[in-house]
Design a protein around this ligand. Structure first.
Ligand code: BGP
Length: 470
């Protein structure tokens, strides 16, 4: 659809940026914090761990000043569950609670709306040792944790995000990492975890209505569209298979509290159906989201399964994420799109398409909580970071968001990844996403100075003109 004049961004559009606790904070064992699965895991060789990260725990005031100067209207970050409950449950840690009081207050004082993720991959290790999400007690622990957050911060937080990328946790557990000496769960276990997480999320969304009725709450999933490799009907089925199993089946459970029929058949045939307790559907159906938070990086192109091991291959440049599944789908190259230096497909138009599909299907407002380009940014001799590729990436995606808004999609915010450089989930510190460069090496921490990249100034102008000066 071509338009003569795209619509303007709404006046109250939340121009923001995103991070997560374990990737930005550091201070992994300070302030009474307990160990999370992230702290307990093995890092791929040659990459930095998360112990210091961007040292935001100690420098959050300086960082928020920079966010404020950037003009951010919103900041999406996560609370480390283990700062609040070092052992995952039991007694809350006042020092941890006080840290996020200070962080949230500082944001509000700077006119920045906090978008708070409750759980971004960093499950308390103590819970993991007792079976993690396979154990129904983790559902109770998450409910207690969320209740504590609503009670403590409910009067100052207007947007809550329950769980970050549950679909990544379930489909690619190796990407997030598993604690040292641990083994990857089986598929059957993963779908049981998925079910239990959905029940936990349902409970928490209902609790939000009770304890913090002014606030809005929603899940954050990694959503994308799948293109069929050719016009062969079987390729279309394969693309639909993976689009459903990878994305919509998760949103169907989160939004409607029901299993997508294709997912159900897929699980049933493989004997992977989860154990479901009597009131689980009731809980999931009562706890409805107010919005959908969506992380979008790229699209994929899909062909019919060959029925052999050839279907399965690692994602480009990334041995930890296997794509393809025998009998379900096979990944194909897309000749019409570029890729980042890390092999991720760059597809701004795919963002418009995905926004349309999600809005059509669920009719809920959407906030984009992640989108960005990982690159080995360089601090040049002039003391600057010339990340024109990032400006180009973000500009092209924002243009497509504007078109999606013109298409009629209700998008109320954009929080690209990342507000500043953070540790990549499994590719170290060298893979950077931020508007602000943090001067540290993979292992050499240097001074950790904060340096505004070229993209910082570009985004600052864009925000100040509400998206007009792109
Ligand atoms: C998302 C995660 C983020 C972040 C991002 C970039 O899936 O929610 O935490 O890590 O991906 O990925 P990476 O760091 O692997 O490049």
């Amino acid at each position: 659809m071509h338009y003569k004049t795209p619509k303007d961004f709404p006046g109250n559009f939340l121009w923001g940026a995103s991070t997560s606790a374990y990737q930005i904070e550091g201070a992994w064992n300070e302030g009474g914090k307990g160990m999370s699965v992230i702290d307990a895991m093995d890092h791929p060789e040659g990459t930095a761990g998360f112990t210091v990260a961007s040292d935001h725990y100690h420098r959050y005031q300086e960082d928020i000043r920079l966010f404020s100067e950037l003009g951010l209207k919103a900041y999406r970050f996560s609370i480390a569950w283990t700062r609040i409950f070092p052992n995952g449950t039991g007694e809350a840690n006042e020092e941890g609670l006080a840290f996020y009081d200070r962080l949230i207050d500082e944001l509000i004082a700077n006119g920045i709306e906090p978008l708070v993720t409750m759980y971004h991959f960093d499950l308390p290790y103590a819970l993991d040792e007792q079976g993690g999400w396979l154990n129904r007690q983790t559902v109770d622990a998450f409910t207690l944790y969320a209740k504590t957050l609503f009670q403590r911060y409910g009067h100052k937080v207007n947007y809550w995000i329950t769980i970050n990328e549950q679909n990544t946790l379930i489909l690619h557990p190796g990407a997030v990492g598993i604690p040292k000496g641990g083994t990857l769960p089986t598929k059957k276990e993963l779908y049981q975890q998925n079910h239990n997480m959905m029940v936990a999320q349902g409970r928490v969304m209902a609790l939000c209505k009770e304890l913090s009725p002014h606030a809005q709450i929603g899940p954050a999933l990694n959503m994308t569209s799948m293109y069929q490799a050719t016009s062969k009907p079987e390729d279309a089925i394969a693309a639909h298979n993976w689009e459903t199993l990878r994305g919509y089946s998760f949103l169907d459970l989160a939004v409607h509290g029901r299993y997508n029929p294709l997912l159900w058949s897929y699980l049933e045939e493989r004997d992977w159906l989860p154990r479901i307790e009597a009131d689980d559907f009731d809980v999931m159906q009562k706890g409805r989201p107010d919005f959908i938070a969506m992380n979008y990086y790229s699209t994929a192109t899909i062909a019919e399964s060959t029925g052999s091991a050839q279907d399965v291959s690692p994602r480009a440049g990334d041995q930890q994420i296997m794509l393809g599944e025998i009998g379900v789908y096979r990944p194909e190259e897309n000749p019409y799109v570029d890729k980042t230096k890390y092999g991720w497909v760059i597809d701004p138009v795919g963002l418009r398409l995905t926004l349309r599909k999600i809005y059509e299907r669920y009719a809920l407002p959407i906030v984009i909580t992640e989108n960005g380009i990982g690159a080995p940014d360089e601090l040049t001799e002039d003391g600057k970071v010339h990340d024109d590729y990032r400006v180009q990436f973000l500009r092209s995606h924002i243009e497509q968001i504007q078109l999606a808004i013109t298409d009629g999609v209700n998008v109320f915010g954009y929080c690209p990844w990342a507000a500043m450089d953070v540790v990549s989930t499994h590719q170290g510190y060298g893979k950077r996403y931020g508007f602000i460069y943090v001067d540290r090496g993979e292992f050499d921490l240097k001074g950790m100075d904060r340096i505004k990249k070229d993209s910082y100034y570009w985004y600052q102008r864009l925000i100040s003109t509400n998206g007009k000066d792109i």
